[in-house]
Design a binder for this molecule. Sequence first.
Ligand SMILES: Nc1ncnc2c1ncn2[C@@H]1O[C@H](COP(=O)(O)OP(=O)(O)OP(=O)(O)O)[C@@H](O)[C@H]1O
Ligand SMILES: CC(C)(CO)[C@@H](O)C(=O)[O-]
Ligand code: BAL
Length: 282
Amino acid sequence: MKVIHTIKDLQTELTALKAQGKKVGLVPTMGALHAGHASLVKRSANENDVTVVSVFVNPTQFNDKNDLAKYPRTLDADCRLLDDCGAAFVFAPSVEEMYPQPDTRRFSYAPLDTVMEGAFRPGHFNGVCQIVSKLFDTVIPDRAYFGEKDFQQLAIIREMVRQMKYKLEIVGCPIVREEDGLALSSRNKRLSAEERENALKISQTIFKSRTFAVSHTVSETQKMVEDAIEDAPGLRLEYFEIVDGNTLQKISNWEDTSYAVGCITVFCGEVRLIDNIKYNQL
Ligand SMILES: Nc1ncnc2c1ncn2[C@@H]1O[C@H](COP(=O)(O)OP(=O)(O)OP(=O)(O)O)[C@@H](O)[C@H]1O
Ligand SMILES: CC(C)(CO)[C@@H](O)C(=O)[O-]
Ligand code: BAL
């Protein structure tokens, strides 16, 4: 496995491999890697000849400076994990390498990017699309892998690929959870022991809502989740929305879609955690 810091060096390596007909998989990450990322990298390594993992804390997608400053950065440990997962290249560029000038491009995929995370983190998805498109243009992968934990991000990237006519396959990968149910997230590293315990209520509540949903309406299910999180110690609900998994628009009745997804964002102390649950698998 090679660790590469410049676009030019990465392209030199990849041009030679592509000339031999090798298929390239890309896994974009912001580092502080865990078993969720490992599942994406292993899948890519199984499905492609060469896997590139980018590790880059992308400043343009952070609307909260404190969140950017506190984002965990653990490149040495990340490289050890990636070596074990079958990555061929770790692409770890500097901010100047990715943004030699400010990126003034604007990406808008309304209404996908105006709801939920788009409403609470203004400019976030514009920044995600800026960096992901730069990575696609640099690597020109055959496949790119994204986690369903960032459910809205996955839908927006699929739409960007469709509209910009990128010739690559987007592979969505299931959420990897701790044994007790908490979705793995790099931000979990910032939780104190007490906050970690409180955070468990997030996955417990949305799992419970799947059973509850069988015999209750959308609005009753919505209220059950809201009440449970509001009553839970140390948690502050930002939003919980039950949406159509394709359009990301709120549904009023379960019959409105065969693909309902509940998306939740909760502050656990200062740490903002997201999770989601599919209701169509009842
Ligand atoms: N628990 C998980 N299961 C599956 N995929 C995941 C999981 N956590 C992150 N991913 C995916 O890994 C990729 C990189 O995510 P990222 O580096 O932001 O990590 P993260 O753990 O989501 O961090 P955070 O949510 O704290 O920003 C994204 O496609 C994301 O959806
Ligand atoms: C896709 C991504 C790596 C872009 O910075 C990031 O949004 C993430 O980690 O989900
Ligand atoms: N996993 C999404 C990256 C972010 O929260 O900025």
